[in-house]
Ligand binder design. Structure first.
Ligand code: P6P
Length: 336
């Protein structure tokens, strides 16, 4: 049996984060430390997802989360891992998780902590039983004032104030994609050494793509703009380069990751059933909008850039149209 030969990493996530920090002589190193705490948590979650089937961690807990969604055992376990790791990092004052009704104080003695973080510990977990890729999504802000401990209003900042954001995909490989405002960079987990290795530096979203991602089962509830856009994407028009191919995994990180790298557009729009769409602003739409814009793409809620929205509730939902600039501009041009 061949043994997996670890590659000799030229750049690991840990090293890369430190290199980015060195560009800012005044940096305290706290952001680097907390990004490394998050990456450690995602490595542990990757292991859980890969082995849940024979560790009795598959399936539902019988409880529902604040969103009213049935909670999987892995949702809870992933949430616990991130709470414990981030809480003990000493750099987070407050945490918001999709799985928890209210903000959580990171841990004792972090009143001085500079940052607050919001995360979806395991997005797409309803797909777990069928081995469809799932992932973790996170956003990091500085507190609005260092003169006090973190408070819920530190989450009520637009995405323009994000200091870093990213996501992982637990799939055929475990990937970690993040930005701290200096471009988007992708890493692949080498399980033989437990390190994320730099595999995609400076990811740029293609100007336009050839695929669109939307749940067409909601078509009867769409408004005219969405209906017109999807009809045009499906039409036969050589000049416009249509029809596009439909690609919808039903797992946000999987659909987003493909469109980010190959071009294309993802829509979870407002519709007659969900006036604000299904996805959550703080820990799904904002972090992915940040990544999309850093890579040259766009993200809107149908009217505004997602990064310009100032949240007023930690679990508020947001219609989400994200992807290559060409397609998002095209969608916007159809607004009635
Ligand atoms: P629908 C998964 O539950 C999720 O939150 C995202 O990962 C995914 O993009 C979306 O919901 C799928 O929703 O309504 O199309 O099944």
């Amino acid at each position: 049996m061949t043994t997996l030969q670890p590659c000799v990493p030229t750049s690991t996530l840990t090293r890369f984060i430190l290199q980015q920090e060195r560009r800012f002589p005044s940096a305290s190193g706290e952001l680097s430390d907390l990004l490394n705490s998050i990456s450690l948590g995602t490595k542990m979650i990757a292991q859980l997802v890969a082995t849940a089937g024979f560790r009795g961690l598959q399936g539902y807990t019988g409880k529902t989360n604040v969103q009213g969604e049935a909670t999987q055992k892995l949702d809870e376990e992933s949430d616990k891992i991130l709470h414990e790791l981030l809480g003990s990092s000493g750099h987070f004052g407050l945490l918001v998780s999709e799985e928890r009704d209210t903000v959580q104080v990171a841990s004792e003695g972090t009143a001085h902590a500079k940052y607050v973080v919001a995360f979806d510990p395991l997005d797409g977990s309803s797909n777990l039983g069928s081995n469809i890729p799932v992932g973790t999504i996170f956003s990091i802000w500085r507190k609005r004032s260092n003169a006090r401990p973190a408070a819920i209003e530190d989450f009520y900042q637009s995405g323009r104030n994000l200091v870093a954001a990213g996501y992982t995909v637990y799939g055929a490989k475990t990937s970690f994609v993040y930005s701290s405002g200096q471009g988007v960079h992708g890493f692949t987990l080498d399980p033989t050494i437990g390190e994320f290795i730099l595999t995609e530096e400076e990811i740029r979203s293609p100007e336009r793509g050839k695929t669109y991602s939307v749940n067409e089962g909601n078509a009867l509830a769409w408004d005219a703009q969405v209906g017109d856009f999807v009809a045009q994407l499906k039409s036969e028009d050589k000049k416009r380069g249509t029809p596009y191919a439909a690609r919808y995994v039903g797992s946000l990180v999987a659909d987003f990751d493909r469109n980010l790298k190959r071009g294309g557009v993802f829509l979870y729009p407002a519709d007659k059933k969900n006036a604000n769409g299904k996805l959550r602003l703080l820990y799904e739409c904002m972090p992915l909008a940040y990544i999309a814009e850093q890579a040259g793409g766009r993200a809107i809620d149908g009217k505004r850039n997602v990064l310009d929205i100032v949240p007023s509730d930690i679990h508020e939902r947001c219609p989400f149209i994200v992807g290559s600039k060409y397609e998002v501009d095209w969608f916007e041009s159809l607004r009635r």
